[in-house]
Design a protein around this ligand. Structure first.
Ligand code: GLN
Length: 283
C-alpha cells in the first residue's frame, strides 16, 4: 500500500483527533512522532513541512493507535526521564512521576549524619528512579534500592548500569527484609498508597501499572505505616525517613510519625499544591 504524502504538521494534526481521550494529546503526539523519527522533539518544530517516509507513517499510526487505547506513552517508548536521567520503564513497575522529584529535591537538602558511611535505603524502588537520582547527586554515598519484584530489581540494575551509576545497588525482598541488621542515614520510599476503592484507578496511566505498586490496604495507609514503624530499627540517630503519600494522607502520615517518636516532622507540597511528601528525623 502506498500512503499519501503526509508532513510532520499533518501527522500531528491527524494525531490530535485520534487522541481526543488523552489528557495531553499534543504532547503525546509529539513524543511519539519524535520517537518514530529517532529525533529530538525540537526537530518537529524546525521541520513541520518535512514529509514522512512510509515506514515513519506506519510507525506513527501504530503507536497512535496504541496510545488511543490508553496505553501510557512511557510504556510505548519504554523510557521516561526522571531527574534528567533517562530510565527504562516496563509494565512491571510504576512509571516515575515528576512529583516524586520533589522527594529527591528535599532529601538532597537534608543535613544527614554520617551519610557517606551509612548511606541511603530506597524501599519499593521500581525503575530505581529515586535511588539512582540520589546516587547520581551523591556519588560517594552507597545507595541500596529494594523491591519485592525480581523484574523491578533487574530493571533498576540495568538502569544503573546504563547510566554508569555504580554506587547504587539493588536487592530483591519485602521492604526491610533484604537489609536486616543494616542501618542507614536516610530511608526514602514512594510506596503504594492508593485506596483500592479509589476511582482514579480506572483513569489514565494507572490502569496499565501494576496494582501492587499502587494500592495498599487500610485506605492506602498500610505500607506507609509499616515503613514508619520499622524504619527506626534501620536508621542511625538523627537519620531521616522521607515518604511520598496521597494528597489527602499528609495529616495521617504526620500523626503516624509523631506517634512513633520522630521529630522535625514536615510535609511538602507537590507541583499541584497537594501535600505529597512527609519527612521526620529519628532521634
Ligand atoms: N502518584 C501516583 C498516582 O497517584 C501513585 C504512586 C503510588 O501509589 N506510590 O498516580
Amino acid at each position: 500500500m502506498t500512503l499519501k504524502p503526509f508532513s510532520i504538521a499533518d501527522a500531528l494534526d491527524w494525531a490530535l483527533q485520534q487522541l481526543a481521550q488523552s489528557e495531553s494529546p499534543a504532547l503525546d503526539a509529539r513524543v511519539l512522532l519524535a520517537f518514530c523519527l529517532s529525533k529530538p522533539d525540537s526537530y518537529l518544530y524546525t521541520w513541520p513541512e518535512k514529509l514522512l517516509s512510509e515506514t515513519e507513517q506506519t510507525c506513527f499510526s501504530q503507536l497512535i493507535a496504541r496510545r488511543a487505547t490508553g496505553e501510557p506513552v512511557a510504556h510505548i517508548t519504554q523510557v521516561r526521564e526522571f531527574w534528567s536521567l533517562p530510565l527504562r520503564v516496563s509494565p512491571a513497575t510504576l512509571i516515575p512521576r515528576p512529583d516524586t522529584e520533589i522527594l529527591v529535591e528535599h532529601a538532597l537538602q537534608l543535613s544527614l549524619p554520617k551519610r557517606d558511611e551509612f548511606g541511603v535505603l530506597d524501599l519499593g524502588t521500581g525503575t530505581g528512579a529515586i535511588a539512582l537520582a540520589l546516587a547520581s547527586e551523591w556519588p560517594q554515598v552507597p545507595v541500596i534500592g529494594v523491591d519485592l519484584k525480581v523484574d523491578a530489581v533487574e530493571l533498576a540494575q540495568s538502569n544503573g548500569q546504563a547510566l554508569g551509576i555504580s554506587n547504587a545497588t539493588f536487592r530483591q525482598g519485602s521492604w526491610f527484609e533484604p537489609v536486616a541488621g543494616q542501618q542507614f542515614s536516610l530511608i526514602v520510599s514512594n510506596p503504594p498508597y492508593i485506596d483500592e476503592q479509589d476511582h482514579h484507578l480506572e483513569q489514565g496511566d494507572v490502569r496499565f501499572e501494576p496494582r501492587s505498586a499502587l494500592v495498599a490496604k487500610d485506605k492506602g495507609m498500610a505500607d506507609l505505616a509499616l515503613i514508619a514503624r520499622q524504619a527506626p530499627t534501620y536508621l542511625i540517630e538523627q537519620g531521616y525517613l522521607v515518604m511520598e503519600h496521597g494528597y489527602d494522607q499528609g495529616k495521617a502520615v504526620r500523626t503516624l510519625l509523631a506517634e512513633q517518636g520522630y521529630s522535625d516532622i514536615q510535609t511538602v507540597t507537590d507541583y499541584g499544591g497537594n501535600e505529597r511528601i512527609t519527612l521526620g528525623k529519628w532521634s
